[in-house]
Design a protein around this ligand. Structure first.
Ligand code: NAP
Length: 247
């Protein structure tokens, strides 16, 4: 049985202060990677979420991925420190459910800027760094980006955009040894889904074949697989992590 060993690899995980992103950073660090963790509100306090050995391999990169300059700033900092980047996980995301007629211009712009444009810019910046060594990029889409959902017009569009970006980048970057895949979680218990109404939560849970909400670890394990050499022949795929949810 092959063991996942990411010793010597360098990873960047956006939106890693809590929820799915933090679980992904913990999994990658536990497998031996050095991990740069990003979020808007993040500081050295996050090191307490990691074991003692792992915390020594964590660097903290605060920043808003929706800001055009963020991707370049983060990848430059990683190059200065590590001289390489092997794994990028585009996880940072926001979801503000609202009926179609109630979504403000600002919400549309922010959702697309953070969830989609931020990820695209990071793919650009990371690809430059990975060009010498190869690498793995994993983007967080959503079942909502594949199937749609009421109250999620801009969010669903951003997550469908992530699928297109993943497929395009996978084709263009394969000759450089850079694999690009996406995961599409279903209903995962985090702060993001805590914002949903009781009615929407009840309906969502009733549509899951495995009859439970997903955990952050359920998603992090799928990302760990896609980040590692166990998936060395896998690129341009969208892996559902949804417990058989039907939307
Ligand atoms: N939970 C689910 O059921 C579910 C399902 C499908 C897909 N997803 C996707 O999975 C990803 C993680 O979701 P989650 O449930 O873990 O969400 P969460 O608990 O709300 O965590 C979101 C993370 O992203 C960070 N973030 C938000 N805006 C940011 C920005 N502009 N720049 C940098 N970091 C930012 C947050 O920290 P700050 O606020 O401090 O910046 C936080 O660390 C998202 O892309 C989401 O769309 C989640």
């Amino acid at each position: 049985m092959p063991r996942i060993d990411l010793s010597g690899r360098v990873a960047l995980v956006t939106g890693a202060s809590r929820g799915i992103g933090l679980a992904i950073a913990q999994r990658l660090a536990a497998a031996g990677a050095s991990v740069a963790v990003n979020a808007r509100a993040i500081d050295d306090g996050i090191l307490e979420a990691f074991g003692k050995d792992e915390a020594q391999r964590i660097s903290v990169l605060p920043g808003d991925v929706g800001a055009p300059e963020a991707a370049g700033q983060m990848t430059r900092a990683i190059f200065t420190h590590h001289k390489r980047l092997d794994i990028l996980v585009n996880n940072a995301g926001i979801m503000r459910p609202a009926p179609i007629g109630m979504i403000s211009d600002d919400e549309i712009d922010r959702t697309l800027a953070i969830n989609l444009a931020g990820a695209i810019r990071l793919i650009q910046s990371a690809a430059r760094l990975m060009a010498r060594t190869g690498g793995s990029i994993v983007n967080l889409s959503s079942i909502v980006g594949l199937k749609g959902a009421t109250g999620q017009l801009a969010y669903a569009a951003s997550k469908a955009g992530i699928v297109g970006a993943t497929l395009a980048a996978a084709k263009e970057l394969a000759p450089k040894g850079i694999r690009v895949n996406a995961v599409a979680p279903g209903f995962i218990e985090t702060g993001l889904t805590a914002a949903l109404s009781a009615e929407v939560r009840h309906e969502a849970l009733g549509s899951i074949g495995l009859a439970r909400a997903g955990t952050v670890e359920d998603v992090a394990d799928a990302v760990l697989f896609l980040a590692s050499d166990l998936s060395r022949y896998v690129t341009g795929q969208v892996l559902g992590v949804d417990g058989g949810m039907v939307l």
